[in-house]
Design a protein around this ligand. Sequence first.
Ligand code: PLP
Length: 390
Amino acid sequence: MLKFEPSHALKRLPEQFFAKLVKTTQALIKEGHDVINLGQGNPDLPTPDFIVEALQEASTNPKFHKYSPFQGYPFLKEAVADFYQREYQVDIDPNKEVAIMFGSKTGLVEISQCLLNPKEKVLVPDPGYPDYMSGIALTDAIPIHMPLKEENQFLPNYQQISDEDLADAKLMFLNYPNNPTAATATKNFFDDTIEVAKQNQICVVHDFAYGAIGFEEDKPQSFLQSEGAKEVGIEMYTLSKTFNMAGWRVAFAVGNPSVIEAIELIQDHYYVSIFGAIQSAAKTALDEGKSAIAELNHTYQQRRDAFLQQAEKIGWHGGTANGSFFVWMPTPKGYNSESFANLLLEKAHVVVAPGNGFGASGEGYVRIGLLDEPDRLREACDRIGKLSLF
Ligand SMILES: Cc1ncc(COP(=O)(O)O)c(C=O)c1O
């Protein structure tokens, strides 16, 4: 048997930090333990019925059994523009300012290939969603980490980035509500970001995966709500979290037409667009999903409150949970992210994600996914409380 060497690009890909965690969790479950898994980001609830029914109906339409138009159906792009107008009062041209994508993970990886050349610099949040780094590695670009610190409400501090790095950077990833810190961004922060981006000619990619899930403010801020945003960037939005559609793989990018054009160009070469019936059901979700979004927020708010109240009771303080379906909790004295996560796994059978897996600045924290019922979240806290760490 010949063994073929993977390309240099593949060899540059970062190790999948969480693969080990998934394996250990599976092993414990297989041994028959009652594991409370709060370690991953996979929504536990089903897609609302009205969307599933829309897919069932659309799947019988022979039109959708053919190849879809390469860049997606215009009806979905129009639904995206209507959604942004209704939800955020943002004008989007469905012909030039929307790209349909196979989930936002794909978009977030391919955007680096779209805009970066080898050895060019890109600003990335630390801690941050690991897949930004995958696209950067495939492109052989240079990541410049922007630490997200508690004292800055987990927003990057542009004053602390060197003038040289700002001048060199071509791309910047941002993500609010944030995975993993559960922080949200203000309009002021996005306004400042646009200034920095204009001055330095940086393309901003705002990952709005958790756009539908916010607690402290009325509603999470879209980057495109800030004046001038479209001049300097795009926002990526996924249906995975908003409508519990992670398995369906539907997302879109909206904003700067030149970036949208680049995404569509690369996708013309990689794929034919998503199954038409899924695009049709995605339109139904966007058009008719208002009450489903409100219900989703209510569900996560109840879970968040249940977790935080019980955490307080066991003396575990200092969590952040303003948006997304995560809580970002500090580790107790004497433990780092990994040793604490391992302890919880072994002694409490509770799975949490160690913060350092999202970047060096995530050290000292763990990420809790609010992906189980309130009773189970309380039980997780009680099990942790029995370890007498706080
Ligand atoms: C911050 C963030 N961005 C993007 C994604 C990707 O979502 P999808 O590929 O399902 O659209 C995730 C998924 O966990 C995420 O947490």
